[in-house]
Design a protein around this ligand. Structure first.
Ligand code: C2E
Ligand code: MG
Ligand code: MG
Ligand code: MG
Length: 292
């Protein structure tokens, strides 16, 4: 009997493995053509300055819609794009499209909006990355100071000598560097000291309260005061409630983004939000209806 059961679970396991392999191959196949077929688009999630209650920038987030697969989440396709080296060209598309969209975009007060872009390790490791990056900036006459590159700890872990050099070069251009998903890795703290980071983004795991509220508050307090000591800005991601926002404000967090403030919007939605003088700076405008 036991043997029978074992056999069944073995069969179940392999068929699940087959499904995963099959899905992956299908995604990889379609991903190869996605860029030339114009299947990628960008949405932008506003970043609110908590001192001024104004939108000071937005983070570009990639979307992929394919006829056969429908819309595929970035958490699913980006790792595949990274492993198959497609991310380099996709990453250039992201920079080019976002800088084009943001060229003369200002908030209600007339300040040019900052643009935050996620960068994969595989992009920065390419020797021509800085050249390609500056070329795209020049094409759009985009000031480096308006750009924030979000990198995760995974990039720094790679420990390749040119990564540090590359990040220093980008920083010297005037570009800001943010450590994304702070707190989820193993050595975030030591990397903050080794690399020229201007900001850290507190991962939404530590904001949106899967653990208890008191613990989150203690963590937020610790991270924010540490960052203040290092003269690094703090950005909270995944703010979903007014309570979370008030807590972060009271601790001195500099910037915040999250569904409570605004969902990611397409460029038209973002322009509408920026142009709408009636909208409260903390109002909810919903274009992307559901996520996660
Ligand atoms: P991330 O950089 O940490 O981006 C934040 C993610 O949290 C986004 O998911 C955003 O839609 C989501 N989010 C924002 N506010 C809330 C909230 O209040 N509640 C919840 N539950 N979620 C919220 P998204 O767009 O699915 O992107 C997932 C990840 O994919 C990003 O995480 C980033 O690591 C990666 N990614 C997205 N676009 C790009 C890109 O252009 N290039 C690269 N290399 N990676 C990208
Ligand atoms: Mg990010
Ligand atoms: Mg993040
Ligand atoms: Mg995150």
């Amino acid at each position: 009997q036991a043997k029978e059961g074992g056999k069944d679970s073995y069969r179940l396991f392999t068929s699940e493995m087959n499904d995963n392999v099959h899905r992956r191959l299908r995604l990889e196949y379609h991903l190869v053509w996605a860029l030339s077929r114009g299947e990628f688009s960008l949405v932008y999630q506003p970043l609110y300055n908590l001192n001024t209650n104004r939108i000071s920038g937005a983070e570009a987030l990639l979307r992929w819609n394919n006829d056969e697969l429908g819309s595929v989440a970035p958490t699913e396709f980006i790792p595949i794009a990274e492993q198959s080296n497609l991310i380099y060209e996709i990453g250039k598309f992201v920079l080019d499209t976002a800088m084009n969209d943001f060229a003369s975009l200002t908030n209600k007060e007339g300040d040019l909006l900052h643009l935050a872009v996620n960068i994969s390790p595989q992009q920065v490791r390419q020797p021509q990355f800085v050249d390609d990056f500056t070329q795209i900036m020049e094409k759009h006459e985009f000031a480096a100071e308006r750009l924030e590159l979000e990198v995760t700890e995974g990039l720094l872990l790679s420990n390749q000598p040119n990564v540090k050099e590359m990040l220093n070069t980008l920083h010297d251009l005037g570009t800001e560097l943010s450590m994304d998903d702070f707190g989820t890795g193993y050595s975030s703290l030591s990397y903050l000291l080794q690399f020229p980071f201007d900001a850290l983004k507190i991962d939404r795991e530590f904001v949106d309260g899967i653990t208890d509220v008191e613990l989150n508050e203690a963590l937020a307090t610790a991270v924010i005061s540490m960052a203040q000591g290092l003269k690094i800005k703090t950005v909270a991601e995944g703010v979903e409630t007014e309570e979370q926002l008030e807590m972060l404000k009271s601790k001195g967090c500099d910037l915040a983004q999250g569904y409570y403030l605004s969902r990611p919007l397409d460029i038209e939605g973002l322009k509408a939000l920026l142009g709408d003088t009636q909208a409260s700076p903390l109002g909810n405008t919903t274009i992307e209806s559901s996520e996660d």
